[in-house]
Structures are given as C-alpha cells and as structure tokens.
Design a protein around this ligand. Sequence first.
Ligand code: ATP
Ligand code: MG
Length: 439
Amino acid sequence: MAKNAEKLHIIPPSKHSFDHHSMSPSATRVIDGLVQAGFQAYLVGGSIRDGLLGCQPKDFDVSTDATPEEVKKVFRNARIIGRRFRIVHVRFGREIIEVTTFRGKSSDSSHQVESNTGQLLRDNVYGNMHSDAIRRDFTVNALYYSPENGSVYDYTNGVDDIKKRQLRIIGDPLTRYKEDPVRLLRAIRFSAKLGFTIEEKTANPIFDNGHLLTHVPPARLFDEILKLFLNGSATASYTLLKDYQLLDALFPATMAVMEKSPYFEGLISAVMINTDKRIRNDKRVTPAFIYGALLWPAFIYEQHRLVTEGVPIIAAVHQAADAVIAQQLAIVAIPKRFTIPMRQIWELQWRLALRTGKKADKALEHEKFRAGYDFLLMREAAGEKLNGLGTWWTRYQEASEDVRHAMVDELQPPHTSQRKPRRRKKKTTETTSQDSVSE
Ligand code: ATP
Ligand code: MG
C-alpha cells in the first residue's frame, strides 16, 4: 500500500475549518441515532471535503460500523438499496442521507466478486474505519468527521492534499482504476469541479485506460457523465476528458468524425460554456441538449453519408438519428425521455430553415422550439454560416403579426410570389448551409 494510506491523523476542531453548522440537521440526526444505539457513525466523503474548502456541501453521507440491517432497525424511514454495494437510504422529506457500512479489506470472500479485468462486481465485505478509508477513491474524499467531538479523522493525508489542492488516488492507481473504471471519470469530475490538479501518479494511467470504461454498465455511465456536465463545470470537464483521451471510449462515433472535421469542436465547446452559464443563472439545463451537441458530429456525418447514397434529406435525418442513437445506447444508456427531445432538437434544425407559408408559425408552436432555436444559435456561435437564420428567428419571435407576415413574404421564392409574377423559374434563396435544407 502506498505510504499515504496508513497513519491516522486526528485533527481537533481548533485545527480545522469544518463548520459544524454547515451540516444538514438530518445528517446530524442519523449520526446521533446510530451513536445512541451503540454504533460508531461519522460524516464522510464529499461533504467534509467541500466544508473544508469553505463551500456548502450538496449532500451528506454517513459511514458506520452498523450493518445495513442494523441501520434499518434504528430508523423507521430507512430502506436498503443496491446490490454491488448495499447501502441504506434514510429519508427526511425530500432529503436522503446515504448510510454505508464500513467496507472491509479485499480478500477472497464470497461477498466480493471480481471480473476477469479486475473489476469489482460485488463488494459487501465489512470492516472498520481504517479499511473503509483506504477503499475510498481519492484522499480528499476519505475524511471522516465526528459531530460528537468535532474532530476530523484522516488516514490518507487527505487534509494535506486539500491544502495542496491536489487529487490523489488511494493505493496503486492502475489497480484502483481497474477495480472500478468510473474512478477515471471521477478524477476528471473532481479536478474540474474543485479546480484541483491531478497528482502525477494518479494522472498517468488515465491516458491509456479509457478503454476500461467500456466495461461499465451503460446506465451507470449515463449517471456519471451527467454529473460531469451538470455540476457547473461542464467546460472544464469536457476539456479534461479530451486532454486525458477519455472521449474515444465514451463517444467513439463523434470522435471519429471530429478527427476529420475539427469544426464541430466549436459547437460542443459553445454548448458546454452555455450550460455552465445557465447553471450559474439558475436556468434549466437538459441532458437532451448536451447529448444533442455531443452526438451532433456523428449524426451530421451519417446524415450526409445517407444523402450522398441517394436517400432523401428528411428520411436521411430520421435514419441517421436512429443509427447514431442505437450505437450510443450500447455504451451510455440515455433514457428515452432524453433521446426523444434530442431527436426533436436535431429535426428542428431542418424545420427552422423552412419558413414559408404557415411553416414558421407551426415551428414556433413546436414543443421543443425553444431548445431547437437555442441549438441553432449555438451552431451559429460556433461559426456555422446559416445566412442569418438565428437572427431571423430572434426577430420573428419578437415581431408583431404584421411584421411576421412581411418577414415570411420576403422569403417567398419569386416564382410563388403573388405580387411579382416571374416567367423564369429561379432557385429559392432560402438555403441556409450545407447542413440545412431549403424548401
Ligand atoms: P459529490 O459532491 O459530487 O457528491 P462525493 O465525494 O460526495 O462528491 P459521492 O459520489 O457522493 O461523491 O460519493 C460519496 C463518497 O463515496 C466519496 O466521497 C468517496 O469517498 C466514496 N466513493 C464514491 N464512489 C466511489 C468509487 N467509485 N470508488 C471508491 N469510493 C467511492
Ligand atoms: Mg456526495
């Protein structure tokens, strides 16, 4: 075991900055309840890390020597969940306190199951605070706080690493990544969110081991990817994912296209920057939009390919969406409630170009108009030349009915115009870009 993982430092309240008052009253109740029932119980993980950094923790996890069944007996509002890791959820209204039993040391036990790549499939061996600490992922996440005496318990020099603002994995990095490849993504997430550097030995194996992510169940990957992009540091997360070459495993079709057309980089970056801005301003963000951008390169490439094979444009849009989504679902289980609006956002990119007659008003009534329009603006912000389509829609939404009519009339191709009949047929001027269609 690495030198970081052995000696216990108990840091008294006068020597650390964790503020007891930042604790949720529900977490205090859970710890008090367990201690009164004769068990050990501590606050653990991200809440202490964030508290020591002076940030308000987002949720509170508790670690105890009580087994899940024993925890359940103490609290009426408790439920045992999970299989890979059995944990207890204690519910207080909308707040859930996650209670985990101290993990034990790995040994050949029927309670611990490993795959042939070293991945832990089931791990329900119990132990003490020390064994629990060294089974956690990063030193900064392996701190314990006792509300009874106000001390922080540190087995892995996590407090030092917080001061140094660095992320260090506990134990042998490659073994720990193989045990649970999601730790690769967690390294990126915490580095992006906290602005911490990834210590060298922790960082080095990340570059070559993205392929391990293909062993992670798609549903878990969906959750983890969402956390990377929805915590206000999507831009930093995306940059780190790229730098550490993890995107190839997560979005292979998109990455293959990006190699050939770096233009798409601008769109994805613009969407990440916009996502962070919306979160800062308490605006809603939807995974449909983020995935829509991440899969757009693959989708456009496939759509073009089908068109060159002679498939009509709109049929190609549908077929390309089907193919790209099916391929991605094998890696990341994006739920239908997000793939459906994602497709609608993509389809709207064509519909928004078709504005003559009643089409503009119909598009405006589309339930995903806003997202489709925002996506269009992102494409333009990324440098795609769309003949001012975004500005047109911005004006159209704000315009009076008369102005709207005039705007649509101006688009009428000359041969269909009532006012100025022309003898010669002329091509419509409504074409927007290679990626959009004209009427
Ligand atoms: P966040 O602020 O994002 O919730 P967190 O550190 O609390 O960050 P959680 O995913 O809530 O992260 O997990 C709680 C704790 O459980 C972590 O701090 C870490 O100690 C431990 N943990 C979570 N996932 C893993 C993992 N894959 N491997 C090892 N330990 C883990
Ligand atoms: Mg947490």
